[in-house]
Design a protein around this ligand. Structure first.
Ligand SMILES: NC(=O)c1ccc[n+]([C@@H]2O[C@H](COP(=O)([O-])OP(=O)(O)OC[C@H]3O[C@@H](n4cnc5c(N)ncnc54)[C@H](OP(=O)(O)O)[C@@H]3O)[C@@H](O)[C@H]2O)c1
Length: 293
């Protein structure tokens, strides 16, 4: 049994709460900005009612064993306000967010040896009525170390699959390669089918190729077939698939542009690797976001 707090109970936080409820044994605390009456999670295995205490005041949160952060990347500073109380007894912090900068993002608040970066695949959305809809299997990748092994044990007896990987850097950049092309959907306000045309495929493949060059400079092992692999994955999605950048833009919410394509540009700069396609995507999305304010 572990005391586990989830900070950010949206789509992913809700899905993880459902999995931990299914795993049983744990004492769950849901840390939210607004009170939640109940949390219902619809999963491929059935409906889960999460039994947890809900806290909305970061200073009134209990000390726990594990904190799972599942806010959007741009809400990390707000998420960190929960740490003084939740981590009073030295809790470990799992950061379940997209991108490749989990450690850098939380370095001001969490000691590196207490932080576990997590890459997640879990097609999930939070519905307007507050329920969470998980549409497929949950796969997480974590470093194969003591923290990663402890985190994996939290989900034992749940349907989640967790891979302990020797090379987390490659796993995170692999996911970023896939996510990089989502910017084109957000720019054009069109679902995945927009990537299937020849001209857009060329641009998307060059965005991935830039990401691969930067990833390799960061130590990731990604081969030259990545652009083809990413496009094959895109074509395997239903034509009307909406990625999270597009969903956020359509809903008028902030986008995780900086943690995705922005990270490719920033890391590229540190290695002297040009990333013109990703740079343009960032500039366009930021201009669109600002014009919507
Ligand atoms: N959704 C997916 O299918 C999916 C798949 C893979 C990876 N991811 C990644 O997972 C991460 C989370 O995404 P998501 O889709 O779950 O986002 P989301 O549905 O927007 O949920 C984020 C939640 O964080 C809450 N939050 C923000 N600041 C907070 C604070 N200071 N204290 C407490 N709660 C706070 C938000 O609260 P409010 O309700 O008050 O706004 C919201 O409920 C992102 O990095 C995303 O890229 C998502």
């Amino acid at each position: 049994m572990a005391c586990i707090a989830i900070v950010g109970v949206g789509a992913i936080g809700g899905a993880l709460a459902g999995l931990l409820e299914t795993a049983g044994r744990h004492e769950l605390t849901l840390c939210t900005r607004r009170p939640i009456e109940a949390l219902t999670v619809h999963t491929p295995q059935g409906v889960v009612q999460v039994k947890a205490q809900n806290v909305t005041d970061p200073t009134a949160a209990p000390a726990v064993d594990w904190v799972i952060v599942a806010t959007k990347t741009y809400d990390s500073e707000g998420a960190a306000k929960w740490f003084p109380a939740l981590c009073a007894n030295g809790a470990r912090v799992a950061v379940v967010q997209n991108g490749v900068e989990h450690r850098e993002r939380f370095a001001p608040w969490v000691r590196s040896d207490r932080l576990l970066p997590v890459v997640i695949d879990c097609p999930t959305e939070r519905r307007p009525d507050g329920t969470v809809m998980v549409r497929g299997d949950t796969l997480m990748k974590v470093e194969d170390n003591q923290l990663g092994q402890e985190f994996t044990r939290l989900f034992a007896a749940s349907p989640a699959k967790i891979l302990l990987v020797d090379d987390f850097t490659s796993a995170a950049w692999w996911k970023l390669c896939i996510n990089s092309v989502g910017a084109l959907c957000a720019i054009t306000l069109q679902p995945d089918r927009v990537l299937w045309g020849e001209a857009m495929t060329c641009i998307a493949m060059e965005m991935v190729a830039e990401c691969v060059r930067v990833a390799r400079a960061e130590g990731a092992q990604l081969d030259d077939t990545m652009p083809d692999q990413v496009m094959a994955l895109c074509r395997a999605h239903p034509a009307d698939s909406v990625n999270s950048l597009l969903a956020d833009r359509l809903a008028g919410r902030p986008m995780e542009t900086d943690a995705r394509n922005g990270a490719i540009v920033r890391k590229g700069e540190t290695h002297g690797i040009p990333t013109p396609m990703n740079r343009m995507a960032v500039a366009l999305l930021q201009a669109m976001e600002n014009s919507a304010l």
